[in-house]
Design a protein around this ligand. Sequence first.
Ligand SMILES: [Zn+2]
Length: 501
Amino acid sequence: MKTVTAVVVLALALSFSCSASQVGRDGGDPVQADGRHRPAVAAPQVPHSVRAKSLVLERSSPATSAMDIAASAQASKCEAIFTRALEDSRAIVHLRDLVAAAPKRLSGSKGYEDAVAFATQRLRDIGCDEVRTEPVLVPCWVRGEETASILSAEHVALRVTALGGSVPTIAGGLEAEVMMVKSFEQLRELGDAARGKIVFFNRAMPRAFLRTFQAYGDAVPQRSNGAVEAAKVGALAAIVRSMTTSIDGHPHTGAMRYDDAVAKIPAAAIATADAELLARKLAESTSPVMVRLVLGCRNQPDVNASNVVAEIRGSELPDEVVVLGGHLDAWDLGEGAHDDGAGCAQTIEAMRLLMACGIRPRRTIRAVLFANEENGLRGGIAYDAAHGSERHVAAIETDSGGATPFGFSCTIAREAAGPYRDLLAPLAAYHCDAFAPGGGGGADIGPLAARGVPCFGLVTDSQRYFDYHHSALDVVSSVNERELALGAAAVAYLALALADQ
Ligand SMILES: [Zn+2]
């Protein structure tokens, strides 16, 4: 997940409904009283459990209305999907295989093409009706050498990574005094004092926010706009404290932007532990603290890439579409396991689950694995340019990591979102019916949202997400198989419910 606006909107919307009183009232996982899993169900017609029935009956009276029968049928399909997801999940297999095929898959790289080849083949192998690639022209930014050190009596190395899109330092690197700020306002007050220096943005993600996406939204402008703001006051480079709630030794990369009206200066992130160290040096030192920064990254001409698209054709209204997707590109420091390998694995698995359960939706469910979310959003824009005029009844994005799903945010305002809230009711049995109307859907489906298409974003437990996000720690071993599987089931169910409504 990248887009700042979307993150903030989502975070604000999540001051919501995810309370213990709202989930799991009479739900629980599909394990029998003797502790064994329920037997597998091959089709949605299999009678659903007493627990799931009671959930529907609580919401419905009289129980014989057409609406209740439809709701009961949806609850039955939901249970079939979750039961199969928990008993026979392939989500972690899709994720492992994706990462094995394309451990590094930043847009414009050979690894991204490997990811496209893998995903195309996997979607064919699971039996989707139609699988194709669609062209997207993407930026090509290449990481190079990257080092930084404090130039004291003994040089102290800082663990550093270039921000995506950064220009390089001058050949051989640059050396300059460091000036620390915690806000753009503070930087502007410094005025000329920052000229010729390296600006060090050291505002931490606020720890008090329960939803860490909200904390990210608070701090991330330092990363995305720090180079522009620092250049405006004549600085030579920008260094930002990594965007994570952890204090550790891993720098976290991410997108940054330039303004053509302002000088382009190099920008990098340092590990939070090293940010604390640098801040201490600045507080203790009686003389200027000098840092040497070397970045060898460079921007190259755009290259041809692809979105990957696959469908389960609708039985009654095949020309009406529900989009379900995540982004296939990832930052290059780790394996992009949570961001967004998890979303790709869940999208593929959702399609497999629906087919494995023998479900044919009324409308077409279209899986889209988007290119270039992290450093350009061109995949989402290209999808919209090619398909935006088609009848999209809804779109779902899963790009909040592979942790336990809590529910969904939605772009529809609260006053108009009642019917969508009702669709989530069967998810209560899986503690996944939290609903945040008026929030975001996702960056890749943002262009569809701008057309008025109802867009949904999977909401997950966010406490550990930024431990891994955009760093070398975002690897498959940090993803839990069952948590990932639950997210796949949740998006499969919602896609179906939206396609059948
Ligand atoms: Zn992402």
